[in-house]
Design a binder for this molecule. Structure first.
Ligand SMILES: [Zn+2]
Ligand SMILES: [Zn+2]
Length: 248
């Protein structure tokens, strides 16, 4: 992995011990732990679920069975890490302990993937990178939006020319945490949760949008937001997430 983000991380007072195995001195996560827990996996191109390793990657084998049966609602979806030990713990720690310096580590881990780098590299200033918004209540409580920190770090660390914005896509309704709900209740919980800023829909007409978030489980939030963006005229909606749950 690239460790050129390290000085910025240190300035943000992220400990120089490996956050997983506590070896020291080290990068935020040491080489051994990245090799053990952070190996890239083959993933479905539209929902980022892990795919079985097959000798050849073809159009036929680049999607999971579910996405082949029924279009998923995203034009493309990329994930860097499994939402499992140790990444799930690190993501929670980052969210709840306001360790915003972790955003640089997350961005560099995503950018390690050539496909992510290529995807971001072909975007233009007409395209949007939009962090999945938090409700005003949650933002006030947490003090920062982890998805926006990740978006900013991605722009800092890559040659991506897309425009980023936090007030184009809004979360207008505070909802129960998705993690408390069964899969079937998640989409229902999110009805009316997102909206495009009034008077700004023209900025989405015919545009490509990439949604950014730290965790993707069922994908209900991303799909609901994608639906709202398409309704407002976006031509393509994709997603870039740090972690993705394993297939169930
Ligand atoms: Zn380690
Ligand atoms: Zn899929």
């Amino acid at each position: 992995m690239h460790f050129n983000a390290l000085p910025a991380l240190l300035m943000n007072r992220v400990p120089s011990q490996c956050a997983v195995c506590r070896s020291w001195p080290s990068a935020p996560v040491c080489h051994a732990c990245m090799a053990r827990f952070g190996q890239p996996r083959r993933r479905c191109r539209t929902c980022a679920l892990e795919l079985p390793e097959l000798p050849e990657l073809t159009e036929q084998t680049s999607q999971c069975a579910r996405c082949k049966r029924q279009p998923f609602g995203l034009d493309a979806c990329f994930a860097a890490l499994p939402y499992a030990f140790p990444w799930s713990e690190l993501v929670s720690r980052y969210k709840f302990d306001s360790q915003t310096g972790w955003a640089s580590f997350m961005a560099s881990t995503l950018l390690e993937q050539p496909a992510v780098r290529a995807f971001l590299g072909q975007l233009t200033a007409q395209d949007w990178l939009l962090p999945l918004p938090l409700s005003a209540e949650r933002l006030a409580w947490r003090g920062f939006n982890q998805a926006w920190e990740l978006t900013r770090a991605l722009l800092r660390q890559s040659a991506c020319r897309a425009s980023a914005d936090t007030s184009l896509l809004l979360r207008i309704r505070h909802t129960r945490p998705q993690s408390e709900l069964k899969r079937s209740a998640r989409l229902e919980n999110l009805k009316g949760a997102f909206a495009v800023a009034p008077l700004r829909t023209a900025e989405l007409t015919g545009r490509r949008v990439v949604l950014i978030d730290d965790v993707m489980t069922s994908g209900a939030s991303l799909l609901t937001a994608a639906g709202v963006l398409r309704q407002a005229g976006a031509s393509h909606v994709s997603a870039l997430v740090l972690t993705r749950t394993a297939p169930t």
